[in-house]
Design a protein around this ligand. Sequence first.
Ligand code: TRP
Length: 455
Amino acid sequence: MTGATEQWSSRAAFVAAAVGSAVGLGNFWRFSYVAGENGGGAFVIVYILAAFFLIAPILLAEFVIGRRGGGGVLTAPANVARESGRPSAWVAIGWLGILAAAIIPAFYIVVAGWVLAYIGVAASGALAGISGEAADALFSSLLADPVQVLIYQNAFLAMTFAVVAAGVHAGLERVNLILVPTLFLALVGLGIYAASVGDQAAAIDFLFRPDWSELTAQGVLAAIGQGFFSISVGMGAMMTFGAYAPRSFPLPSSVAMIVVADTLVALLAGLAIFPIVFGHGLDPASGPGLMFVTLPVALGALDAATLVATIFFVLLFFAALTSAISLMEVPVAVMCERGFVRWQAAALVSGVYAGLGILCALSFSTFANVHPLGFIPTFEGRTWFDIFDFIGTNILLPLGGILIAALVGWGMVAGLATREADFGDGWLGVLWLWLLRTLCPVAVGAVLIVNLVPA
Ligand code: TRP
């Protein structure tokens, strides 16, 4: 029996799991700080274009490989390639995915740990009426305490382990079907509220009025990387979820729902965070801590600050949990296929995450001045945390995405891909195939080359 024999019990469960994977810290924490570092508007426009024209087609291709090939990331691409008479070297997609699935969680659990810590902070009442400066000091004091940070991130990891170990039905489905709709309702409320307390005009200006002179080649790569990260594409997480989808689930409309939902959440999060940045004179380019300094101020200004802030961080924590589940599921599905007992596979993978997570956690204290790859210009001044994030998000995901696009666009026998993607003979299928064959590999490839190959 292989992992591929497990199936979602409903289409809603499939879409909720995929949306749960996509909507996470990437939309709140990462989108806001990367948009802030890259000057806002122009970055946001490139991000939106990339999400719909580069990432969405590749997401559909991932689902197609997963459902057609079946099994984990080392099985599905190889099966799809073999069926169309292509070499088994396409399994490289799976190995890249496994590498990314080791690297991305190492920093993801750190940020999720911060969120967990803030649930307690919020519940204690410490955020009520907090000023920008006090919020900054509070966050710095958390970072300066590595023991506390490590406890929180490993507590988060333990909960992720528990869900993944429970399996697809008892674990992934149950958690996603409850949490995903709840999160949405809460977010709409927060967006409406933030509009009323901060500098909404400055935020809209920053997010939507492009200043193209702010956009660098690095910024374009950052926007594309953020697209892959936020929609969970390029690593095989969606491929693994696609393998649990029966033939009867329509894929294109699922992709549309996932991409629209994820993009909306990112923009709503931006509209909740940036009014506070500008309303309180904070620096939008201040880095990974941005959300942890702004949101407390936003939430703390409320009448019912303690209650609302606590609820919000709890929801954020669950959003992170449903994403982390999908990260861990990639190596676990591969191991289950190879005869591991599910909980033991999940335990081993958790061990790896815990170990690598230490390097990322300490990047804000003990190792703050350690720049392990400082001799390479691209990595100058970057800590372990920064390096894991950069390699995972800006290199491995786009690279995986190019290969996924190529396998479905060029590798699969003509007609098979569009049929498996439920397109029939319509023009949408033709457009999709064209995007996979040309625009996706060329655009993503060019951006990677410009950024990574020394001139
Ligand atoms: N998309 C998630 C977020 O925005 C993170 C994530 C979950 C992810 N699974 C993934 C990123 C797979 C890349 C690949 O928080």
